[in-house]
Design a protein around this ligand. Sequence first.
Ligand code: ARG
Length: 457
Amino acid sequence: MKKLWGGRFTKTAEEWVDEFGASISFDQELVLEDLEGSIAHVTMLGQCGIISNEDSELIKKGLLALQEKANNNELEYSVKLEDIHLNLESKLTDMIGPVGGKLHTGRSRNDQVATDMHLYLRKQTSTVIQLINEMQNALLTQAKAHVETIMPGYTHLQRAQPISFAHHLMAYFWMLERDKERFQESQKRINVSPLGAGALAGTTFPIDRELTAELLGFQGIYENSLDAVSDRDFILEFLSASSMLMMHLSRLGEEIILWSSQEFRFIELDDAFSTGSSIMPQKKNPDMAELIRGKTGRVYGNLMGLLTVLKGLPLAYNKDMQEDKEGMFDTVKTVTGSLKIFAGMIESMKVNTNQMETATKNDFSNATELADYLSGKGIPFRESHEIVGQLVLTCVKKQCYLADLSLDEFKEAHPLFEADIYEVLNPVTAVQRRNSAGGTGFEQIKLALQKAEAKMN
Ligand code: ARG
């Protein structure tokens, strides 16, 4: 088959070489964006008098017909035509005749593909932002229901201080808020038009780049034609914001896996998000949380892959850049899928409040309360810490917890201990009293929930 660029060639490549170079197997994902870009371009060609209005209208009609076919999944592509751009151009000429060949006036596949990617990521980034919102809402709903549900807070995965379950969930809400901001911020740089940069140097035709930018809803145009066709920073930003988002999801996934284990039993995942074992009838596995933890790896890989592809490239377009697509598509699919799963998983999980509360009683996570108690009475904190450390040691030897010690034992450790320490040792009191800004105290959480809700509206 003769290539659309075949003029200066005397022989054709072998089929397997063509196949190796082709991108149609994956860039067909860009079909709608490619058509949208072409419609804007040909409208501009007509309006600027570069081609006649009749030709422009004819081509536009053809493109609209292709758009309809694409929407109905009726387009079939040929690997011989290399990529989505050449496939569509060839379909257009098949449909409307040689006048279709005028579409590519003043344009190159280099600015064309860059335009497609900008349009594609602009849309996908909005979807990601929307899905982050949905997951944040799921977290908020659970948090509101569990302000007074207390659980052990951990450092080093050792019980540290009791906290509210709502506080723990809300930590993820704020992580996601930062993720959302990163995606929103990146839209500024996605929403810029490379169209009209030509192959690399601009064009001799009197095109109107502002017009195509406006028709495509872009906020502005690239200032430099070389930069316009070589820039893939906006994809890197998407991959990097996605990597961080996935890292957050993976951390929450890990907690969900731990919490749903027999050892913790803090939560139970809905059957819809768990799977069984083919051999062990008792099993209910948190597969989805594990899978998202696992899929984080491929998103990091996609970021590293593209950074590496780009690092040695001279200006302007190089075929290496065709490698920018699969990782991007894969990341979009992974991130949107993971967010949807997570929203459902959080919303539907059952919280075992008794088990969480019991866990706060059978440990030493109230030891800080005791130290704070003495320091509240004027003892330097270091000294209080030492005294309480000794009391913990006494308990370990006696195989009991702090609240099991008698007042005499406390007084022996320090005369300033009074009968009110038993109330201080109560984990609920411990949580309630942590009312410093951003802390786990119930009043603080209620404030935080209000702030979070305001963000969501
Ligand atoms: N399929 C190509 C890509 O995705 C389109 C641009 C090709 N440009 C070129 N000069 N070969 O990068």
